[in-house]
Design a protein around this ligand. Structure first.
Ligand SMILES: [Mn+2]
Length: 332
């Protein structure tokens, strides 16, 4: 356990006591599970089963990406409960509110005891026992704070490391603290191979994903003396390549690191005439403010919204707002 002022000793010992007492345990994370969510759910499952292999642990989660399937206990992930009776103990991990548990909200609510572990700033607090720390990089970081370091196996370590890698954008976002690096170091001591986790789950792309990335970059356009860059992928092109929105991960980040660019926009057509717009800032534009004007949201440097119209009209309505902020010349 590393020091975390938001986590009391009593809460931690209750966490461990509840695990000890429970026979049938369920773990859920948010809908559309990402690396931190998957790492937290599988890491906690491995930790509990390492302590006592006789316990029954169900991970109730939407199907996960193939690239996470090598993690231990990935085959414990299910979409239907196996128990008639309510679970003795139910964990909600990386989930900012109960609604984000999706189909599993009801099972969570009827469980005998519930524990919430999360790092989203919007989390208002739910569950019988709560570990909510918006300063933590990831739910996996908070879990590391709670779990007993000497009982963390290689399987658990690998999951926690993966969660931290994904939510820090490979140790790059502003949530990457000294403590994050120290935890990562401790997990490497458990046998985690950073090159393997980072390449396999973060950077690796299929051939088609690389092709679409190349195409998005080739067709990108600079505006406002090169301070804005945008690119767009139409529905018919996505259909042509046979890709889904998840195959476009990383396009916006590559656009953002173009020299001279302050703000990057990437649009893809969700349904005809409706575009998902991703925005990224290099520090002079608060893109959340812009996304909010179009009914979206996010963070200061990374935000998104869904907008109706054609590419030209959408870019023409967003770029003056970026220009306004650039004119003010303030750092966000
Ligand atoms: Mn997270």
């Amino acid at each position: 356990m590393t020091s975390n002022k938001k986590i009391t000793r009593q809460a931690v010992s209750l966490f461990h006591r509840k695990i000890k007492e429970a026979e049938r345990i369920a773990i859920s994370g948010h809908i559309n599970p990402d690396g931190d969510c998957v790492g937290a759910c599988l890491g906690l499952c491995a930790y509990i089963l390492d302590l006592d292999p006789k316990k029954k642990v169900d991970i109730l989660l939407e199907p996960i990406s193939e690239k996470f399937r090598f993690l231990a206990y990935a085959d414990h992930i299910m979409q239907e409960k196996t128990e008639e009776e309510p679970y003795d103990l139910y964990f909600s991990l990386d989930c900012s509110d109960k609604e984000r548990l999706g189909a599993f909200q009801e099972l969570f609510e009827e469980a005998r005891f519930t524990i919430c572990v999360d790092h989203h700033i919007s989390n208002q607090g739910f569950g019988d026992l709560r570990f909510i720390d918006a300063d933590a990089s990831s739910t996996c970081e908070i879990l590391y704070d709670i779990l007993e370091e000497k009982k963390i196996s290689f399987d658990t370590a690998q999951c926690l490391y993966l969660g931290i890698v994904h939510d820090t954008g490979v140790f790059k976002h502003s949530n990457t603290t000294r403590k994050v690096m120290e935890i990562a170091g401790a997990l490497i001591d458990k046998g985690v191979r950073p090159d393997f986790i980072i390449d396999e789950t973060f950077y690796k792309k299929t051939y088609i994903q690389n092709q679409i990335l190349g195409r998005a970059l080739m067709e990108s356009i600079l505006l406002l003396d090169g301070r804005i860059i945008f690119s767009a992928i139409k529905k018919k092109d996505m259909d042509f390549y046979g890709i889904e929105s998840g195959d476009l991960d990383g396009v916006i980040d590559q656009l953002r690191v173009t020299e001279g660019v302050e703000c990057a926009l990437f649009l893809y057509e969700k349904t005809e005439g409706q575009f998902k717009v991703s925005l990224r800032s290099n520090g002079k534009v608060d893109v959340r403010k812009i996304a909010e004007q179009f009914g979206g949201g996010g963070h200061v440097k990374a935000a998104g919204c869904t907008v109706e119209g054609n590419v030209r009209d959408i870019v023409n309505s967003i770029s003056p707002l970026i220009d306004q902020q650039l004119e003010q010349g303030k750092d966000v």
